[in-house]
Design a protein around this ligand. Structure first.
Ligand code: ATP
Length: 289
């Protein structure tokens, strides 16, 4: 939309869930080698981009506790593009945050991916997906997946993304217990020899075959027990979801959000209602195709 001299555009930044997360080993650079399956859901932040007459970056958000300076992933994305491509224009980006923060749902990474997509469009940079992925990786390891945004196998630190068939579509109930979990701290607690290792190849095969039952059977997260040992509430939420009829329930990322999948809406609604009385932050959404 063009308003006088200025222009505004919008981008949606969906949350991701981990259908599978395996930690293979600790690399010499101290990062963990990962093998994951991610999918996106219809719970999203909304970003508005407005050109500014002055050469500056302004980030705003509806969550007062979030930083809006260089610590914000969206600010970093804008600064990276401005510096790399010598952009002498100003930009204001307003983030309407709906995805819980530090929750294992990749909210900050998805915002960054949306900022790269939006600015690529607004500034007519004509960057390819591969070029955006290289830039995004400099801001966060989940950004490459968020740039693809469709069900994918993800390897390395997160930089290798291979889209696969969309996961079977279903309802997703998400519960974010009232604790913040630092991804970095959870990874520090990891002892690879002690971990549970889900079979990610079988999970990928089940999704390719659109076999919902096999998919459920092979879903798993190496970090789940690590987070549960520190925050037992995660296990309680998971148990309640299963007790109220979830097809499957799993922690996403490093937590603390737990999600339940249901093919029947009535089941999803029952879990939603039951968990609403137990936790403040409960969402009922669809998977994205
Ligand atoms: P992941 O699943 O990738 O580990 P997460 O859900 O655990 O992500 P985020 O919501 O991305 O975590 O937030 C992690 C940290 O990033 C927070 O402490 C927050 O201050 C910081 N941050 C920077 N920019 C943003 C943003 N745009 N939205 C949310 N958090 C942001």
């Amino acid at each position: 939309m063009i308003i006088g001299e200025s222009m505004e555009i919008y981008e949606k930044a969906p949350a991701k869930i981990n259908l599978g997360l395996d930690i293979l080993y600790k690399r010499p650079d101290q990062y963990h080698e990962l093998k994951m399956v991610m999918a996106s859901i219809d719970l999203a932040d909304h970003l508005k981009f407005e050109t500014l007459p002055t050469d500056e970056i302004i980030v705003e958000t509806n969550k007062a506790f979030l930083p809006v300076d260089k610590r914000n992933n969206v600010y970093q994305a804008a600064e990276l593009l401005k510096q790399r491509y010598h952009i002498k224009k100003g930009i204001k980006i307003s983030i309407e945050k709906n995805i819980p923060v530090a929750a294992g749902l990749g909210g900050g990474s998805s915002d960054c991916a949306a900022a790269l997509r939006g600015l690529n469009r607004l500034w007519q940079l004509d960057l390819s997906l591969g070029e955006l992925v290289d830039l995004g990786m400099q801001v966060g390891t989940d950004v490459p997946y968020c740039l693809y945004g469709t069900t994918s196998a993800v390897f390395g630190k997160g930089e290798i993304v291979q889209p696969i068939e969309s996961m079977p579509q279903c309802w997703v109930v998400l519960v974010k217990p009232k604790i913040s979990v630092s991804t970095r701290k959870i990874f520090q607690l990891v002892d690879v020899a002690q971990l549970f290792h889900p079979d990610i190849d079988e999970l990928i095969a089940a999704i390719q075959a659109k076999d919902y039952l096999q998919m459920q059977k092979h879903m798993g997260n190496s970090l789940e027990q690590v987070t549960i040992d520190k925050y037992p509430i995660v296990a309680k939420v998971k148990d309640k979801m299963l007790q109220f009829g979830a097809d499957v329930a799993l922690m996403s990322g490093s937590g603390p959000t737990v999600f339940a999948l249901c093919q029947k809406y009535s089941r999803a609604q029952r879990i939603y209602n039951a968990l609403k009385g137990f936790c403040e932050e409960v969402y009922l959404v669809r998977t994205l195709p």
